[in-house]
Design a protein around this ligand. Structure first.
Ligand code: FES
Length: 147
């Protein structure tokens, strides 16, 4: 759902005011950090993986209300998913689970899906597991944009 230019849904405000899974995982299975060069916001996402399932997720985000709300909601969405399922997650799922975002804030939601992808990439590299092509391509795109 696309909302009016500046209007946040109740769900966005709820997650922004009371973010879920805020913080850091000590000794994570994987961690991903991404930033938005235009606004300077940064998100770091940590995952703990057991038997190929994401059992714990935490995040640290320095950013706007939309960036914090999408970080919070993605931790709820991804917990309990297999790595394969988590890789298939889309930005639309994140936005829909917040009952939409104002159009000027859609780009903020990309941070969470990109940070998740980078955390998965980090996990797969550390474990020496096969990395699906879409994860490699996203990693390369993010590397180019951050350098
Ligand atoms: S304005 Fe920077 S992520 Fe929202």
């Amino acid at each position: 759902m696309i909302r009016s230019q500046f209007q946040y849904s109740k769900k966005v405000l709820k997650h922004f005011r009371n973010p879920h899974n805020l913080g850091k995982i000590k000794d994570p299975s994987g961690a991903g950090e991404v930033g938005n060069m235009a606004c300077g916001d940064v998100m770091k996402l940590y995952i703990k993986v057991k038997s190929n399932v994401i059992t714990e997720v935490k995040f640290e985000t320095y950013g706007c209300a939309a960036a914090i709300a999408t970080s919070s909601v993605i931790t709820d969405l991804v917990k309990g998913k297999s790595i394969k399922e988590a890789i298939k997650m889309t930005n639309k799922e994140v936005i829909d689970s917040l009952d939409g975002l104002p159009p000027i804030k859609i780009h903020c939601s990309l941070l969470s899906i990109d940070a998740l992808s980078e955390a998965i990439y980090d996990y797969l590299v550390k474990e020496n597991l096969e990395i699906p092509k879409e994860v490699v391509l996203r990693h390369q795109r993010l590397k180019v944009h951050s350098s």
